[in-house]
Design a protein around this ligand. Structure first.
Ligand SMILES: *Cc1c(COP(=O)(O)O)cnc(C)c1O
Length: 373
């Protein structure tokens, strides 16, 4: 039997056919490889997905996070609160700027930042003489974090919140799209994200026109409107025109792909809830299911049994950030991160992508049920 892969980017490629090649060919023909017309067009289209907010494209999700922190003036002595259960980029940019990431626990069943742990950790950091500046909340596996609760904590402590929506572009909470749930949001178009390009790419979304201008300048070496007039220290973090051209084609089918992901996740939940801990979305929220991640006892043994039946799985993430070599000396929540630690040993992501067939999904379901018996 054919293996069932975690993702299948080739199926989407076949579906889009030659449209992407033609779009890229047009960029070759006009030759404006940096900040070409497709970049403007893409920013306009993405704004349409985010209730008309300002969209500034950039070179990757990580660069987007870096630009966001630069726009907030983050530097040495600052404490920026991040979940311990996330991809490294979330904390990396904080450390890179000489500030201190402070690791906060996450909550079940959403895998997202726990507002109570956040509040405790901010108080503790302030007591220890650090300067709390902001929070980077992560929309893990495609579900938006609880920005309402997080924003309340931030308001009472006078710090900002940034949304790391690298995995969640296209998701909603009470009909409000990702990009509008926090004052500033970063997303990624890494090829395996729900909306991925054919290389690196990312975008920032903000409700503030002045912030958008600042981000445009920062992504382009701190240049002002006048060429070669640099008014601040910036970076080179522009999106390639070719990637914008690819994304414009993929956006035409993105809505349908999200619906397909959601239908598959609902089927998994119905078929597996009695044997493993299935992922849940909060009331009123939805997820774009960047990953479909269960919790299960004997995770590695279950993964091995699935592999033996040709079913790929992955562990997102096997080692929480505050336990990794590069990050283990940074501060954490006062009581540690018990939920994060527990999840790292129990999570398992199953195949889910818009082109997974029902027959393939049935195979995965049967194999999981057998593996946990
Ligand atoms: C992928 C990812 C990033 C980084 O995005 P890149 O485009 O790969 O730089 C940041 N945060 C999270 C949570 C991610 O999943």
């Amino acid at each position: 039997m054919n293996p069932v892969t975690l993702l299948d980017l080739s199926a989407q490629r076949r579906r889009l056919g030659e449209r992407i090649e033609r779009a890229v060919q047009r960029v070759f023909d006009h030759g404006q490889f940096i900040l070409g017309p497709e970049v403007d067009e893409l920013e306009g289209q993405l704004a349409g997905w985010c209730a008309g907010r300002h969209v500034v494209s950039c070179a990757s999700g990580t660069d987007g996070l870096l630009l966001a922190l630069l726009s907030r003036g983050v530097g040495p002595g600052d404490a920026v609160f991040v979940p311990g259960f996330t991809f490294a980029a979330t904390a990396e940019v904080v450390a890179l700027l000489g500030a201190s990431p402070v690791f906060v626990d996450v909550e079940r069943p959403t895998f997202n930042l726990d507002p109570a742990s956040l509040e405790e950790t901010i108080d503790d950091a302030a007591e220890r003489g650090m300067t709390p500046r902001g929070v980077v909340a992560v929309d893990l596996f495609g579900q938006p974090a609880d920005y309402e609760a997080i924003s309340k904590v931030c308001e009472s402590t006078g710090i900002w919140v940034l949304a790391d929506a690298a995995q969640s572009f296209g998701a909603r909470v009470d009909r409000r799209p990702v990009g509008t749930l926090a004052p500033m949001t970063v997303t990624s178009f890494f090829p395996t994200k729900p909306l991925g390009c054919y290389g690196d790419g990312g975008a920032l979304i903000t409700d503030d026109a002045a912030d958008a201008e600042l981000l445009r300048s920062l992504r382009n070496h701190g240049q002002s409107d006048r060429r070669y007039d640099h008014v601040r220290v910036g970076v080179n973090a522009r999106m390639d025109t070719i990637q914008a051209a690819v994304l414009l084609q993929k956006l035409t089918i993105f809505g349908e792909e999200i619906e397909r992901r959601q239908a598959l996740a609902i089927r998994y939940n119905a078929a597996l809830a009695d044997v493993v801990t299935v992922p849940r979305v909060r009331e009123g929220a939805d997820s774009v299911w960047a990953q479909y991640t269960i919790e299960v006892d004997g995770r590695d043994q279950v993964a091995g049994r699935l592999a033996a039946r040709g079913i790929a799985t992955a562990v997102h993430y096997p080692l929480s950030l505050h336990r990794q070599t590069a990050y283990r000396d940074y501060p954490t929540a006062p009581g540690g991160l018990p939920v994060t630690d527990s999840l790292a040993g129990r999570v398992l992501s199953l195949p889910l992508h818009p082109y997974l067939t029902e027959a393939q999904q049935e195979r995965v379901i049967a194999a999981v049920r057998d593996a946990v018996q």
